[in-house]
Each structure stands twice: as structure tokens, then as C-alpha cells.
Design a protein around this ligand. Structure first.
Ligand SMILES: Nc1ncnc2c1ncn2[C@@H]1O[C@H](COP(=O)(O)OP(=O)(O)O)[C@@H](O)[C@H]1O
Ligand SMILES: [Mg+2]
Length: 363
């Protein structure tokens, strides 16, 4: 007899949660080793949840729903991915803070070596060698945020942890005492107590929270499937309503008076850019600060039909936003030029300037 097919309604929050739980359960290949009490119970205490961050505006509620469902379902590791500047690092820090007051953040870099990550021998003053643990082993007792994981060779960085992530022990190619050839080799164990330098084992507070900028699409595929499924992947999008974002940001953070009806030219520009390549709120906040530094009390909701009003905006976009558009297609740059020129009511001269800037970025 065929098993009954379960249907979830995407427009019902409780169904979406249930579906996410189901997916998390089926993806979570928990080994016997991992099915100890603390893993099953999830990382949060009963009733504890990660609340929406009040400082972030326009984050889709699904982000917090998925974080809490994943933690409840016992997912050990979370990957936040999405356009740059959407609040991924900020959210990662909050999640880590909920798990433990002590957490560590490291930022990915292309020159991370296995020594930095896992550990290796370091010569002491007396000429002897000693094994020093790398950043991953050092932080087995707390949540570790791996920020901008896409900037390093992902398999090189997390790959060595694969066996731990899948609940198996692994032996490193290092002697626990490099001066004694008979000493045991350094071992990573999925559970138990750490006994450095002979063995390292993650505590119940250990989790990896990683962030990836999805502008760099290639990095998403750089991770093997086996590694990918050890993480709960949570997408953090740009605010879906640019105008509403500006309204809230400007009225709340800057206490500006906002007219109820008119649409912000900057919001129109941001929406047009998002159609080509989504970008988060962070660079837009930079634009706002830049413009306010140039023109005291600048009205972001008034038409910018004078050069004195459109130029500061265009300059700020040029400084903080256009660099993120590097590599757009020529067609995209042409249509973006038209949309930005219309939104900002640019003069012919300013339009030419914008055009050449965007063409430089395009391929
Ligand atoms: N939706 C948002 N609302 C308000 N501020 C935001 C928002 N998204 C990002 N920011 C601000 O932008 C800055 C950078 O955010 P960050 O968390 O580093 O983004 P990401 O890691 O996605 O690049 C932070 O100061 C953050 O408060
Ligand atoms: Mg970040």
C-alpha cells in the first residue's frame, strides 16, 4: 500500500513550520553518536526562542521561524546566505548569543590554511615543537561563527571537520607530542571530553553558524552535498519593500518627518538595482549617512529635480552601491541607467556621467 502523501499549505505559518521540521528531520542524517540527549533536545532550552531583532527592519518572519524550528529540531549548524548587507552577520551573532554568552566570530579569508583552522606544530624558544590547536578545535566549547565562509576554500576549512559533523572520529597527521615519536596522534572525537593535545571533542554548546554572500554564487556549489546537508540553510533576503524600509529607517533612526504619500527616489533606485542584483540594507544605510553628511536635513522623499539634490545621491550610490554591481551585463547596465536617471530626475550631463560609470562596471 502506498504511504499517504502529506500536504502542507505554504500560506499557513504552522504548515510551513511543520514542513520545515519535516525537511530538517529528513535531511539531518543523525548518526548514533550524535543522537545523544543534548542533540535531540536541540540547542535552546525549552520555550527559549530567538526573537526578531528590533534593530533590523524588514527581515522576513520566515527567517526567525526557520532559525527556531531548526534549533528545535536539533540542527547543530546553520548557514545564513543571501545578498551582501542583509543582516546575516548581525543575526548570526544574536543566535550565537542565545546559545552561549561565550561565542567566537572568525571571518573567512582566502589564505586560511589547515594550520589556522585545525592546528599544527609551532616551534618553541627551546627549539622543540608543540602542537597548537587551530581556531576550530580551540572553540569546540562554544558557538563558532564562520563569517563570510565563501571567502575561503570551504572544503579546506570545514572539510576536516566532516567526520565530526557526521559523528565519527578522525585522527590528524600530528603527534600529540612531536618530540616523542611514540606519542599518540591528535584525535578529534565527536563526543566525550577533550584531553588536549591528545584529543579534542566538541561540547554541547558547540555549533557552527556560517554566513555566505550569495552574490558569489560559485561558492554555494563549492560545498559538497554531503557537507551541505549538515547545515540548516536559511536565506536572508533584502527587505522586500524598499520604500517601507526607508520610511521606517528614517523615521525611527533619524527621527525625520516622512510624508505619507510620496515615494522616495532612493527607494526607486534600490528596487531597480534589486531587479538586477539584490543588495541588502547596509549599503543603502551608508548612502543615507553620506547624503546627510553632505546636505543637512536632506529630504529623501522629495523629488530630486535640482542638481544640488540629485548629485549627493548619485555620488553616494557611486561610492557605496555601484561597486557591488561589478560584472553586470551591458543590457542590465543600460536599463538600470534609464531607471536611475528617471527616479533621480537627472540632467543630461548627470545622466552621461551615470552611463559611463555603469558601463565601466558591465561586461
Ligand atoms: N534590514 C536591516 N535593517 C536595519 N539595518 C540593517 C539591515 N540589514 C543590515 N543592516 C545593518 O547593516 C550593517 C551590516 O549588516 P550585516 O549583518 O553585516 O550584513 P551582512 O552580514 O548580511 O552583510 C549592520 O550594522 C546592520 O545593523
Ligand atoms: Mg556579513
Amino acid at each position: 500500500m502506498a504511504s499517504p502523501v502529506k500536504t502542507y499549505r505554504g500560506n499557513r505559518a504552522s504548515d510551513v513550520d511543520a514542513m520545515f521540521n519535516e525537511i530538517a528531520r529528513s535531511l539531518d542524517a543523525r548518526s548514533e553518536d550524535e543522537s545523544n540527549e543534548s542533540t535531540n533536545r536541540g540547542l535552546l532550552e525549552d520555550k527559549q526562542v530567538v526573537e526578531p531583532l528590533s534593530e533590523l527592519i524588514g527581515i522576513d518572519p520566515s527567517v526567525y521561524r526557520q532559525i527556531n524550528a531548526a534549533l528545535k529540531a536539533g540542527s547543530r549548524h546553520i548557514m545564513f546566505y543571501g545578498p551582501p548587507g542583509t543582516g546575516k552577520t548581525t543575526i548570526a551573532q544574536r543566535v550565537a548569543g542565545e546559545i552561549s554568552e561565550q561565542w567566537k566570530l572568525i571571518t573567512g579569508s582566502s589564505d586560511f590554511t589547515s594550520q589556522d583552522v585545525l592546528g599544527g606544530y609551532i616551534p618553541l624558544a627551546d627549539g622543540k615543537l608543540k602542537f597548537f590547536p587551530g581556531v576550530l578545535l580551540e572553540n569546540f566549547d562554544r558557538p563558532l561563527i564562520f563569517d563570510e565562509l565563501n571567502r575561503c576554500d570551504i572544503d579546506k576549512v570545514i572539510g576536516p571537520l566532516f567526520s565530526v559533523l557526521s559523528g565519527q572520529s578522525t585522527v590528524l597527521p600530528y603527534l600529540s607530542d612531536p618530540n616523542d615519536p611514540e606519542s599518540s596522534r591528535v584525535e578529534i572525537r565527536p563526543k566525550g571530553t577533550s584531553n588536549p593535545p591528545a584529543s579534542y571533542s566538541p561540547s554541547s554548546k558547540w555549533m557552527i553558524i556560517a554566513t555566505i554572500n550569495s552574490i558569489d554564487k560559485a561558492s554555494l556549489y563549492q560545498m559538497s552535498y554531503a557537507l551541505t546537508r549538515r547545515f540548516a540553510w536559511i536565506y536572508v533576503a533584502e527587505p522586500s519593500d524598499a520604500d517601507a524600509f526607508l520610511r521606517e529607517y528614517l523615521s525611527r533612526d533619524l527621527a525625520s518627518e516622512i510624508p505619507a504619500t510620496s515615494r522616495s527616489p532612493l527607494a526607486e533606485v534600490w528596487s531597480a538595482i534589486n531587479d538586477v542584483r539584490p543588495i541588502g540594507a547596509a549599503p543603502i544605510i551608508d548612502v543615507i549617512r553620506y547624503v546627510l553628511g553632505e546636505v543637512d536635513g536632506f529630504d529623501f522623499f522629495a523629488p530630486t529635480d535640482e542638481e544640488g539634490l540629485s548629485m549627493p545621491l548619485l555620488d553616494a550610490l557611486s561610492v557605496y552601491v555601484f561597486p557591488m554591481l561589478d560584472g553586470i551585463l551591458r543590457d542590465e547596465s543600460d536599463s538600470l541607467r534609464d531607471k536611475i536617471a528617471d527616479a533621480l530626475k537627472l540632467s543630461q550631463d548627470a545622466r552621461m556621467l551615470l552611463s559611463s560609470r555603469l558601463i565601466q562596471l558591465s561586461i
